[in-house]
Design a protein around this ligand. Structure first.
Ligand code: KIV
Ligand code: ZN
Length: 516
């Protein structure tokens, strides 16, 4: 059985998804879960992109021990230096350097000849190799690059010290047969290929990313790059859980496996979905809510007689438990702590006590507390940041009637500690709340996106609201959870405003350091 390495780029390519904006604590939580899932490499960010990115990569590199941590760099010395600053403390520092190779990119973006591209790539890999033991080189837009040129640059970067050569289908253009042929060609035509691993990086623009990644493995790829839930630029990257489960279920065909702990998939998927605000469609392969639901009478009858008639993946394989009701109103702190550990949350005593008190409040109002509810409470507590100055919601009240103008009244604590109460109207309850918050913050806030999701089933389910806002010329997202949709809406908005304050403070700090 061949081992295929899993390179996760949820925190880099995944974070490039429109509207996704993770803070450092959230990135760290995802990285810790990816380590638990057993991915071989975590691409934690693009250190040269911003000071915030660099610090997040550094924190992850210094925390994660059982997965290798890497960061992206263009083929420039400055980028490679920034990556070294972020990654030098890692257990196994590794860098991911890239340069575009396709004719379109060479002519229009880089304005460089083939020789110049090879020269720049080789110089970058050599410079990186002086610091990093593991150097990955990516030929951006490789799948639209002339095959002989791709082989030439692969050979040159391996000679310069690259240990992994990545072949991205940057625009999601290739077909399974073509990508298999590219990998076979490189295996047969790059003389020093035995000194490096070939890697596939597929985007999903034509919905072929999983098929293409699997075909690349057939052609000789020893590493697959992708993201959890398939998040990423445009239509996203390949969903790693699909590749791993396909290799597991069809190992008779592929004769290859990954080192992933498949029963950590569901938890990883839920955490990424919750923290990014990118909701998983119900019919998504492997992880969607309906992936194990048998609806038609014929299917139900078949499954009752023999599960394998219509079920090729068991829910248990990906860590989906059938017993969803976990704790009740009379459960004590001990049971709560043990369930939290079971769900993978190691909270400090203080955070655990706060989470327990949120659980108790909810248990008074909600009949059944499910694993999803607990997961939501614990993940919120785990990723809660203590901002230096922030708005705190004390109470929200909304008057609504089909014949009245909706009016919201909000009491909040301002960043300077003052307690204030404001009221405003709107054409709907949510708008009235957001108009009131705009008064509280005393500067325009533009709502760019609003999404609402129920955490579990039932009329008394927790509501989770995601918003994207623009405030003080900073675009960011926010999320809020509450049993009431209006309270969740208010919390999400204030959470986004607080993130703007944090980002603004970071920018000011940076300007001070660099005397801008
Ligand atoms: O899709 C792509 O080409 C990339 C590279 C930076 C590896 O993400
Ligand atoms: Zn990509």
């Amino acid at each position: 059985m061949r081992k295929v390495e899993i390179f996760d780029t949820t925190l880099r390519d995944g974070e490039q998804s429109a509207g996704v904006n993770l803070n450092t604590i959230e990135k760290l939580e995802i990285a810790k879960q990816l380590e638990r899932l057993g991915v071989d490499v975590i691409e934690a960010g693009f250190p040269a992109a911003s000071r915030g990115d660099l610090e997040a990569v550094k924190l992850i590199a210094n925390t994660v021990k059982n997965s290798s941590v890497t960061g992206l760099a263009r083929s420039h010395k400055n980028d490679i230096d920034a990556a070294w600053e972020a990654l030098k403390g890692a257990e196994e520092p590794r860098i991911h350097v890239f340069l575009a190779t396709s004719p379109i990119h060479r002519e229009y973006k880089l304005k460089m000849s083939k020789d110049e591209v090879v020269e720049r790539a080789v110089q970058a890999v050599k410079y990186a190799k002086e610091r990093f033991a593991k150097v990955q080189f990516s030929a951006e837009d490789a799948c639209r690059t002339e095959l002989d040129f791709l082989a030439r640059i692969a050979e040159a970067v391996i000679d310069a010290g690259a240990t992994v050569v990545n072949i991205p289908d940057t625009v999601g253009y290739i077909t399974p047969k073509e990508i298999k042929d590219i990998f076979s060609y490189l295996k047969n035509n790059v003389p020093n290929i035995d000194r490096a691993i070939l890697s596939a990086h597929c985007h999903d623009d034509l919905g072929m990313a999983t098929a293409n990644s699997l075909a690349a493995i057939e052609g000789g790829a020893g590493q697959v790059e992708g993201t959890i839930n398939g998040i990423g630029e445009r239509a996203g990257n390949v969903a790693l859980e699909e590749v791993a489960v396909a290799l597991h279920i069809r190992n008779d065909f592929y004769q290859a496996s990954t080192g992933l702990k498949l029963d950590e998939i569901k938890r990883t998927s839920s955490l990424v979905s919750k923290l990014t605000g990118m909701i998983v469609p119900a019919n998504k392969a492997v992880i969607g809510d309906n992936a194990f639901a048998h609806e038609s009478g014929i299917h139900q009858d078949g499954v009752l007689k023999e599960k394998t008639t219509y079920e090729i993946i068991t829910p248990e394989l990906i860590g989906l438990k059938s017993n969803k009701l976990v704790l009740g109103k009379h459960s004590g702190r001990h049971a709560f702590k043990s369930k939290a550990l079971d769900l993978g949350f190691e909270l400090s005593e203080e955070k655990l006590n706060e989470a327990f008190s949120t659980f108790k409040d909810l248990a008074d109002k909600k009949k059944e507390i499910t694993e999803e509810d607990l997961f939501s409470i614990l993940a919120d507590k785990q990723t809660e940041t203590v901002d230096v100055s922030r708005y705190e919601l004390n109470s929200v009240q909304v008057q609504y009637g089909t014949e009245n103008i909706p009016t919201a009244t909000i009491s909040a604590t301002l960043p300077n500690g003052d307690q204030v109460t404001e009221a405003a109207t709107g054409s709907g309850s949510v708008e009235a709340i957001y108009n009131t918050i705009e008064r509280l913050v005393n500067e325009p806030v533009t709502l760019q996106d609003y999404k609402i999701n129920s955490v579990s089933a039932g009329r008394d389910a927790l509501a989770e609201v995601y918003v994207r806002i623009n405030h003080k010329e900073i675009e960011t997202s926010g999320r809020g959870t509450a049993q009431d949709v209006l309270e969740a809406s208010a919390r999400a908005y204030l959470n986004a405003v607080n993130r703007v304050l944090t980002l603004e403070a970071q920018q000011k700090e940076l300007q001070k350091v660099h005397h801008i």
